[in-house]
Design a protein around this ligand. Structure first.
Ligand code: HEM
Length: 748
């Protein structure tokens, strides 16, 4: 096991290596990085060595403890520093986690932009990404139903570019001036501060009804998108319309996309609810664990581009953030890739103090007139001043890797010392002049603008339903079922009939059958007909199932958590094969034992052999924390069978649609746990034939492969246990199981 001191040294080495590897941001951060394991004396903040940190200076002797003295400057410093440790949490997106990485471009977009980061394929640009939920406070659970923030800070050679996006490509409102109302409505209600990190309450759904512009977005928010399995398995979208300008000065509208290498996957709702209590840090830990295991998350970077002259060619306004640009009309061009490969050293100065601004752009990237974006450009900079202070851009995590010099001065906590006698421009020395455009000085695109001042938006902004209908049309059967269940859950939590009755009306404007199913469940009047024309059109690449089907032939199990359940007397051959295969495939096997003390395999003499120490004992973990479960055969199955939690583990994994693998005697354990499902086909205990029924992969006997080094062939028609089991793991969940109705017959 790594000692704390060596772990600290290791981290420091990483910083030094990072610095020598040429990563400009790591080099920059090294200036401000200290190591608690360094052989340095303990000092006060003003540098005086401290001899005693545990006793306040007081009038005391061996018999009497007298009054503490205010004089103790060391104790006062310690308490005072502590009293002021907290800063305001973000007004939204308070709960989040971050990681460092790199961005590389594989195709230049010089036809549409002159931005260095989007044209220079030789660059390796450092990035910091913060993922977040929106509604909850800093200490809320990771797995709540919510939009996820996906904010990327690119430390480019020309300055910081912040792409502050979400995992859903549209937004609730069209005009930034509505943002405070929206956030008030979604956050806990004002009279009782309930509920925490949930949309399932009267005020949120009241707001949604009152703003029909939200219709498209709330369909996404009720879909599986709002309960991602992992930050590593969700898309990212810049949402707003930005502008790219090329060398010739031609302007293009653009939307930015991130597509995860691992596919787009979600939790089951029951699982998300349980994880909220069982492991509230689930997503945070998942990201850190994957990076620690070198299963680095990767995302392709894409752009959708519309030339300026085509702005009016669409039935929707391309500046409306409640609309997507359908991919069959405007294909995504994937031109780069981001890898996240380094965890933070310390949460507060990095993840908490990182601050993003949509207004941080670099030459070649500009803003459109998107009315949501224009307001965001004001809001972020403003909020950072109250959260972090006027000089927040000097903080190590926020400062650029290129030189920064100007005539901005002073303000609380100013760090930078600028020599020279002038702090204004122009000055008699020509000190610190503006940079000429030909030398990289930022020039705004000379867009023509004229009009009448009015508090309004263009007519096309008034259509709010068509894309919501298209979204639902696009979903596959199980995805639609999840939307239906999500509405039923959410509106069940609203106790004001005005709210849920009206919402059912609104849903009937999207899909009548959906509205009727929800009406029955929540007790609203049954809608008889849709009050709007309903389109049959669909989107491309919006259903998660559709996106994942393109990856299904080559599933990736990198970073997936595989639970292996064992007790004394387990079959070590199958155990070792499944564990070794997991490691070879980049997955994370986690051994869960009947106890966390030595466990002996079937053939092992408990007196002589050392056994293995499981990573955890069963009661410390839950099936919800794993992507799949495997149980080897052996006489240990009897012990597992006697502990109800193991049977519950199997039933729950089944209910959450996860792959289950069992060999030999363990097949009986699975049969026992799923005894309500006699029709579920399992292998006979005497057979080597591998049966895969709805992702429950069983074999009576384990056929040892000749060599694991040949690799596991994760293909649909694999004949062997490992190939079939890991194919299922790579495909994440068995939604066919859900559609068979079987999970409902199992208690979990
Ligand atoms: C396209 C719609 C929007 C998206 C995609 C979006 C995305 C995000 C993300 C990802 C964060 C978290 C940044 C982090 O990790 O530190 C954030 C924070 C925030 N957003 Fe938005 N947002 C949107 C709309 C708005 C609007 C319309 C406003 C205000 C008019 C706004 C104001 C804020 C504020 C004040 C924060 C807190 C920032 C901080 O304290 O660091 N957002 N937003």
């Amino acid at each position: 096991m790594t000692t704390k001191a060596s772990a600290g040294l290791h981290k420091l080495q990483e910083v030094v290596q990072g610095a020598s590897s040429g990563d400009k941001k790591l080099t920059d951060l090294a200036r401000d990085t200290a190591d608690v394991h360094a052989p340095l004396p303990f000092t006060t903040d003003h540098g005086v060595k401290v001899s005693n940190t545990d006793n306040w200076l007081r009038l005391a002797d061996e018999k009497n403890t007298g009054p503490s003295l205010l004089e103790d400057q060391i104790a006062r410093e310690k308490i005072t520093r502590f009293d002021h440790e907290r800063i305001p949490e973000r007004v939204v997106h308070a709960r989040g986690t971050g990681a460092f990485g790199n961005f590389k471009l594989f195709e230049s977009a010089e036809d549409v932009t002159h931005a260095g980061i989007l044209t220079d394929t030789s660059r390796n640009t450092p990035v910091f990404v913060r993922f977040s939920t929106v509604q909850g406070s800093k200490g809320s659970a990771d797995t709540v139903r919510d939009v996820r923030g996906f904010a990327t800070k690119f430390y480019t050679d020309e300055g910081i570019w912040d792409l502050v996006g979400n995992n859903i490509p549209v937004f609730f409102i069209q005009d930034a001036v509505k943002f405070p109302d929206f956030v008030h409505a979604v956050k806990p209600e004002p009279h009782n501060e309930i509920p925490q990190a949930q949309t399932a309450h009267n005020n949120f759904w009241d707001f949604e009804y009152m703003h029909s512009e939200s219709t498209h977005m709330f369909m996404w928010a009720m879909s599986d998108r709002a309960i991602p399995r992992s930050f590593r398995m969700m898309q990212g979208f810049g949402v707003n319309t930005f502008v790219l300008v090329n060398k010739e000065g031609k302007r293009h509208f653009v939307k930015f996309h991130w597509l995860p290498e691992l596919g787009v996957h979600s939790l089951a709702w029951d699982e998300a609810l349980k994880l909220g209590g069982q492991d509230p840090d689930f997503h945070r830990k998942d990201l850190m664990e994957a990076i620690d295991n070198k299963a680095y998350p990767k995302y392709k970077f894409g752009i959708q581009v519309i030339p300026e002259e085509k702005e009016q060619d669409f039935e929707f306004d391309i500046l409306d953030a409640t609309k997507i640009w359908p991919e069959d009309l405007v294909p995504v061009r994937y031109i780069g890739e981001m890898e996240l490969n380094r965890n933070v050293d310390e949460f507060f100065p990095q993840t908490e103090q990182v601050a993003f601004c949509t207004s941080h752009i670099v030459p070649g990237i500009e803003f459109s007139d998107d009315p949501l974006l224009q307001g965001r450009n004001f809001s972020y900079f403003d909020t950072q001043i109250s959260r972090l202070g006027a000089n927040w851009e000097e903080l190590p995590i926020n400062r650029p890797v290129c030189p920064v010099l100007n005539h901005n001065r002073d303000g609380a906590m100013r760090h930078k010392i600028t020599q020279g006698t002038v702090n204004y421009w122009p000055n008699r020395f020509d000190a610190c002049p503006p940079t000429k455009p030909e030398q990289g000085g930022f020039v705004s695109y000379p867009a023509k603008a004229s009009g009448i001042k009015a508090r309004m938006v263009s007519n096309k902004f008034r259509e709010h339903h068509k894309q919501a209908q298209m979204f639902y049309n696009t979903l596959q059967e199980h995805e639609r079922l999840h939307v239906q269940n999500a509405f039923a859950f959410e509106l069940d939590h609203c106790d004001d009939p005005t709210v849920y009755n009206r919402m059912v009306e609104r849903i009937s404007e999207i899909n009548l059958e959906l509205a009727q199913a929800v009406a029955t469940k929540v007790g609203a009047p049954m809608p008889e007909k849709s009050t709007r024309p309903i389109t049959a059109e669909k989107f491309k690449n919006v259903s998660q199932a559709e996106i994942n089907s393109k990856l299904a032939e080559h599933p990736i199990v990198k970073g997936r958590r595989i639970a292996i359940l064992i007790g004394d007397g387990y079959d070590s051959v199958a155990f070792t094969a499944v564990k070794t295969a997991a490691l070879a495939l980049g997955a994370i096997p986690v051994v869960i034992g009947t106890k966390r003390s030595p466990i002996h395999a079937a053939h092992e003499d408990p007196q002589a052999g050392k056994g293995i120490i499981p990573d955890h004992q069963y009661d410390g973990q839950r099936s919800t924390m794993f992507d799949a479960t495997f149980i080897p055969g052996g006489r240990h199955v009897k012990q597992l069978d006697e502990i109800g939690q193991f049977r519950h583990w199997i039933a729950e994994s089944f209910g959450h649609l996860k792959p289950l693998g069992a060999i030999g005697e363990a097949v009986n354990l699975v049969a026992q746990a799923l005894s309500n499902l006699p029709s579920l086909e399992l292998s006979s205990t005497s057979s080597t034939h591998v049966v895969d029924a709805y992702g429950v992969v069983t074999a009576g006997q384990f056929h040892q492969p000749h060599s694991l080094t040949e690799g596991v062939h994760m293909v649909k028609d694999a004949k062997d246990f490992l190939g079939k089991f890991y194919y299922r793991v790579g495909n994440h969940r068995s939604y066919d199981r859900e559609m068979s109705g079987m999970p409902q017959m199992v208690a979990y």
